[in-house]
Structures are given as C-alpha cells and as structure tokens.
Design a protein around this ligand. Structure first.
Ligand SMILES: Cc1cc2nc3c(=O)[nH]c(=O)nc-3n(C[C@H](O)[C@H](O)[C@H](O)COP(=O)(O)OP(=O)(O)OC[C@H]3O[C@@H](n4cnc5c(N)ncnc54)[C@H](O)[C@@H]3O)c2cc1C
Length: 366
C-alpha cells in the first residue's frame, strides 16, 4: 500500500529544501508512475504475443461498410492493402472525429484539441519525490525527477486546431519556468532547457468554457448502421484497461468468442514479478553477468523487467557496444526484433530515452 497523505512543515522537512522560505505548509501524497512509451509498446507486444497483428507506420486511408463487414484500405510506406473486419474501433486520438467525417459516419460527439508541453532541465534536486505546484491560474505544474540526471516540468494547456507536429512554444517554456520560479530557490531559466516536447490531448468535448475544467473522462460511441464502429472520445492512459474492457463489452454481440474480462491485474511482458523479486533478479543478473556495467544492467531491467534475462541469455551476456546513453547494440537488436523499432529516433527517443545522454552538458555548459 502507498503511504497516507500528510500535512508537512516545509521549513522542517528536508524534501522541501529546494523551495523558497516564503512557503510554510505543504501536503504529501504517494502515487505510482509509468514510462508512457514503454507502457504503450509493451501493451502492443502483449497483444502480439496473444495473436494480434500490430502494424506501425500504417494509416487506415479509408473504410467502408460492405455485406455486414468493414473493408479497410491500409497504407504503409508505398504499399496499400485491403482487409475485411467484422467490427472497427476508431481510437485515432486527436483524429477520431476527422476519421469519422472521412468515412461518412455521423457523430453526436467531438474532441477539444489541447496542446500540452513539457520541458527538461538538468536535475534540480536530489531524491525521488516530485513537486506539484499551485499556479496563479487555477492550474498545477509538476516537477518530476526524470531519467537520473534530469528534471521534467509540465504541462501547459493551449487550444489548437491542428494536432500535427506539436511543439513547445517560447511562451509555454516561459510559463513553465515562471511556475517553478514562484516556488524554487534556484531559478530555472529558458537557457537551461535541454529538451522539450509536446502532445495534443483529445479531450471529450463536454461544452465546458474553461479548458482546465474540460472532463478528462471518456465517451464510447457505437454506430450500428451496418457493421459496428466504436469510437473512443477522450480518455487517459491511467484508465486504458477499464476503457478497453468497456469497449469490448459494447462489441460483445458481434464478438461471441470474446471471453470474460481479464486485464485488470494481468502483468505486461516482463512485469510478472513483485518489487522484491525484481530486486533479487537484479542481484542475480549482476552476479551472472559481472562484465555488464551496473548502469547498463539497471536500464535493461527498468525497460524490460524479467525479459532482461532473455536479452542477456540470447547474447551470452555480451551486450556489445554502447550506442548512446545505456543503449547497447544487443538491446537495440531486441527492440528491432520484438518492439517494431525501425529508425534511430525509435531507438533513442521512443523505445528508450537513451537520446537524453546527448543533452548532458559539461561543467562549462557546452
Ligand atoms: C501533454 C499530455 C499529457 C498527458 N498526461 C497524461 C497523464 O499524466 N496521465 C494519463 O493517464 N494520460 C495523460 N495524457 C493522455 C494520454 O496520452 C492519452 O489518453 C492517450 O495517449 C490516448 O491514447 P489513444 O491510443 O486513445 O490515442 P493516441 O495516443 O492519440 O493515439 C492515436 C493514434 O492513432 C493514430 N491514427 C490517427 N489516425 C489514424 C488512421 N487513419 N490510421 C491509423 N492510425 C491513425 C495516430 O497516429 C496515433 O498514433 C496526456 C496527454 C498529453 C497530450
């Protein structure tokens, strides 16, 4: 169980050391965290292990109903393929509504596109705790330890009309620095930003006038004028399993072979062990592969859990040269074979965050 929330005196609690003296009272709470990119790719890996066909870099160009089935036109690189399906789930995120419009399916719902940006700076403080800072505009800003040497600061809420290629603007970067500087002793400047990234939230449009008040809940809409199509409006990673089970429940009449729901406690690939077992696996692998750098082994365990053993055994413990950060040749080969990695960007920024190592500045700030 996670520890209970507490009220703390910020002048007495050493975790509050980075904060300015103006603040006296704080509250603590404990939560879990996840690496979102690993969660998504391991969910896809799990589906593939259970028989799903996963296609990355593949766009559904068009879909039409024909004889109680969907006929989809899929395009990847320069090949187009036609497939038939009994049911179709539209989970195109920011593009859910435009996809429905493209295939001519009417809908009562829409999404509000809200950009959120993050900045990454050199690590601001020691410890594995995060800060949640109250802003002057009713929003909160988080400050989170990020991959050992960095601190992640986010996020913003900016209404956008186009979800392609979102970027953190100068204004958003300044907003995030200001939010931190209201509380932290050592100021964060725009010059200290090493990396930034942005995404677009497809929030279910509940008609709220204020963006921070728009629901983070989701709606599932089923259209059965012919073969069924289920559309997912909104949602969160946090609730992805219950959302998916509800989606399957809605489609049960067309999927009679679907068994009872089972995902609530099922581990993802590599997650089939407790925290204690994970610690002993780490010790066991360190003993068996003493030539592997401890930091490389830690990264392998963090990304692959119990599958780290398979990766090490497959190469006889010789992980090869370091590509970047703590990514080795053999892990890269695993990511290509098992996790659909195709480009350097996939390897360095999506399947891992090994690319962050290129951002570390020397003491002169270069
Ligand atoms: C800044 C930000 C912060 C967030 N923070 C949190 C958080 O702290 N906790 C949390 O739980 N959630 C958070 N979320 C929300 C979370 O990221 C989303 O709920 C989640 O990504 C939704 O997943 P999805 O698969 O439905 O949609 P998406 O992740 O948007 O994926 C949709 C996919 O569909 C693809 N696609 C679109 N059209 C087509 C087509 N025609 N053919 C094939 N593919 C297509 C797109 O390329 C995309 O890959 C955050 C989101 C953002 C942007």
């Amino acid at each position: 169980a996670l520890p209970q929330s507490e009220r703390i005196d910020l002048h007495l609690d050493e975790r509050a050391a980075p904060l300015r003296d103006d603040y006296r009272v704080g509250f603590t709470y404990s939560d879990c965290f996840v690496d979102d990119a690993r969660l998504v790719v391991l969910t896809a890996r799990d589906a593939a292990d259970r028989g799903a066909i996963v296609r990355t870099r593949c766009e559904c160009q068009h879909a039409k109903r024909e004889d109680n089935a969907w006929v989809l036109s899929l395009e990847s690189h320069d090949t187009t393929e036609t497939v038939r399906a009994r049911t179709l789930i539209n989970s195109c995120g920011p593009w859910v509504r435009s996809f429905l419009d493209r295939i001519g399916v009417p809908s009562r719902h829409n999404v509000r596109l809200v950009k959120g940006s993050h900045i990454v700076v050199p690590r601001l403080y020691e410890g594995d705790h995060a800060f949640l800072l109250q802003n002057t505009d009713d929003r909160v800003t988080f400050v989170i330890p990020f991959h050992d040497q960095f601190t992640l600061i986010g996020t913003t809420e900016v209404a956008v009309t186009d979800a392609h290629n979102p970027q953190c603007s100068d204004e958003e970067a300044r907003y995030l620095c200001d939010a931190v500087n209201r509380y932290f002793r050592v100021p964060v400047t725009v010059d200290s930003i090493l990396w930034s990234y942005a995404g677009v939230r497809p929030l279910f449009d509940d008609g709220s006038s204020k963006m921070s008040r728009v629901t983070r809940d989701y709606a599932l809409e089923l259209d059965v004028h012919g073969a069924p199509i289920l559309t997912v409006f909104g949602g969160k990673l946090t609730t992805y399993r219950s959302l998916s089970e509800k989606a399957v429940d809605k489609l049960r009449p067309w999927l009679p072979e679907a068994g009872p729901t089972w995902t609530a406690t099922a581990p993802l690939p590599g997650g089939d062990m407790s925290a204690t077992q994970a610690a002993s696996l780490g010790e066991e692998l360190a003993r068996a592969h003493s030539a592997v750098e401890p930091a490389t082994l830690r990264a392998l365990l963090r990304r692959h859990g119990s599958r780290a053993r398979e990766i090490l055994e497959a190469c006889g413990g010789d992980l090869g040269a370091i590509r970047a950060g703590n990514l080795t040749d053999q892990e890269a080969a695993w990511l290509v074979e098992h996790e659909w990695a195709k480009t350097d960007e996939d390897l360095l920024w999506r399947r891992t965050k090994a690319g962050l190592s290129s951002l570390v500045r020397d003491p002169d700030g270069r």
